[in-house]
Ligand binder design. Structure first.
Ligand SMILES: CC(C)(COP(=O)(O)OP(=O)(O)OC[C@H]1O[C@@H](n2cnc3c(N)ncnc32)[C@H](O)[C@@H]1OP(=O)(O)O)[C@@H](O)C(=O)NCCC(=O)NCCS
Length: 164
């Protein structure tokens, strides 16, 4: 069986590889810019995790902290280091590596490590299109309902895990 590789935070020089996956994975109107990913790695690098196989990035997840308890347009732009909510903004897997559990692995890793590393965080949230909601419920998230965020043509649903 092929190894699923290692999960660790990205170094600054690895962000361009994440951006290449972002551009390949998301529609143009939803993809984050290279500058946005560089900002997230610089300001919230502990929340920018990659899955590497033999040193090659095959998937990543990244987020920021927010002082409000749900994902907002502001949280997409700004990392608030004292925020008690982690907002996940990108989750992306190399097209040739999909449906092997890599996204689920990255989500579970983040959900397991955040409470230990960041005890003041109370909630992890994200927004998803409807067809991917099973990915997040499998990782333990609850679907809260439609999100207030509107970008791109399709509606978003808010998902969250409350940490005790
Ligand atoms: C969405 C994405 C991250 C999933 O990555 P992945 O590594 O293939 O996902 P996993 O193999 O961990 O999938 C776990 C479960 O999630 C669900 N799932 C994953 N991809 C799905 C898809 N395209 N459609 C419907 N359900 C999906 C399934 O229930 C799957 O379990 P199964 O394979 O046993 O049926 C990947 O397709 C991707 O990078 N897409 C482009 C970017 C994107 O849309 N990101 C999500 C933004 S909300």
């Amino acid at each position: 069986m092929q190894t699923k590789g290692e999960i660790h935070t990205l170094a600054r020089g690895e962000v361009a590889a994440a951006w290449a996956l972002e551009v390949a994975g998301y529609p143009a109107e939803e993809a984050a810019s290279l500058e946005t990913l560089e900002y997230r790695q610089r300001e919230a690098g502990e929340l920018f995790l990659g899955n590497f196989i033999n040193g090659k990035l095959i998937g990543f997840i990244c987020g920021t902290r927010s002082v409000v308890d749900h994902l907002t347009a502001r949280s997409i732009e700004v990392h608030e280091p004292t925020g008690t909510t982690v907002c996940i903004h990108s989750l992306c897997v190399d097209p040739v590596q999909r449906r092997h559990g890599i996204a689920l692995r990255l989500l579970r890793h983040l959900v397991e490590t955040v409470p230990r590393a960041h005890p003041t965080v109370r909630r992890i949230c994200l927004i998803s299109h409807q067809h991917l909601l099973p990915l997040y419920t499998k990782a333990g998230f609850t679907v809260l309902g439609p999100s207030s965020v509107t970008y791109g043509p399709d509606p978003w649903y808010e998902c969250a895990i409350d940490l005790s």
